[in-house]
Design a protein around this ligand. Structure first.
Ligand code: BGC
Length: 251
């Protein structure tokens, strides 16, 4: 079965129809620059454009880089404040002329990793996926079931919002060496481990492609830490899976 997934990020909005069993795209992915400022109406127009590009009819899954409860976007750490309290799922559905299921971006990536990637078969313990990008996203699974909107990227780390110290953007903004960044990540992950005792930590986000540069440097964390397997397709695939599930046809 196929479903259209759309990943809304800070620089690009990407969509593709996904084969839910294999996680493969059935058509070439379309990427559109994220409008600036990334406010609801212009983003909804891009979502509609992507749906139209694929001639898609039926449910669509989309991600949002913040808390989403029942289609309503509740936070906006790295996007316009206009999203807060908005029924974004309804806005997108109207713009696209199709029902849009909306979920947090890290939750979507986590769903895809658990089903087809680095978390496949992890059905007994607690797994946490962390996406290291502009911010830090998190997805928590216990016995394979998602606890949505965990927002562990905003834990306090040495008096700061953790993502401002340990995201991939923080590494670039502060010109940190891999060693220095790995030290910050170690503190962050050890803190998180103290709170939730995961049996596995999956690290995603674009920088996870370079995992050999920093994962071996992580210290003082007991849980195994593995890089994500799906990399930049996870958001689209997870969004498609969430839409299928919302419409009673999950893979
Ligand atoms: C947001 C999360 C999001 C993460 C990655 C954080 O700033 O609060 O909701 O998952 O960035 O985009």
């Amino acid at each position: 079965m196929e479903m259209l997934g759309i990943d809304i990020g800070g620089s690009g909005i990407k969509g593709a129809p996904v084969d839910l069993d294999s996680g493969e795209f059935t058509r070439e992915r379309l990427r559109v620059d994220t409008p600036h400022p990334a406010e609801p109406e212009p983003v909804a127009e891009v979502v509609a454009r992507i749906v139209e590009h694929f001639g898609w009819t039926g449910p669509v899954g989309a991600t949002y880089p913040g808390v989403v409860v029942d289609g309503v976007t509740r936070t906006a750490a790295n996007v316009s404040g206009k999203w807060i309290g908005l029924d974004a799922a309804e806005l997108f559905s109207e713009a696209a002329g199709n029902p849009v299921t909306l979920l947090n971006d890290a939750d979507a990536a986590g769903i895809a990793e658990m089903r087809l990637g680095a978390g496949k078969g992890e059905t007994t313990g607690t797994v946490v996926m962390l996406t290291l990008g502009t911010g830090i996203g998190s997805a928590l699974f216990t016995r394979g079931v998602l606890v949505p909107n965990t927002e562990f990227g905003h834990l306090e780390l040495h008096g700061h919002d953790a993502e401002s110290r340990a995201s991939a953007k923080a590494r670039e903004d502060h010109d940190l060496t891999w060693e220095k960044w790995a030290k910050r990540l170690s503190h962050y992950m050890a803190h998180l481990e103290g709170l939730i005792s995961p049996s596995l930590i999956i690290v995603g986000g674009g920088v996870s492609r370079k995992h050999d540069k920093f994962l071996p440097l992580i210290e003082d964390v007991r849980a195994p830490i593995v890089p994500a397997a799906l990399l930049n397709t996870a958001g689209i695939v997870g969004a498609a899976m969430a839409a299928a599930e919302a419409h009673g046809s999950g893979a």
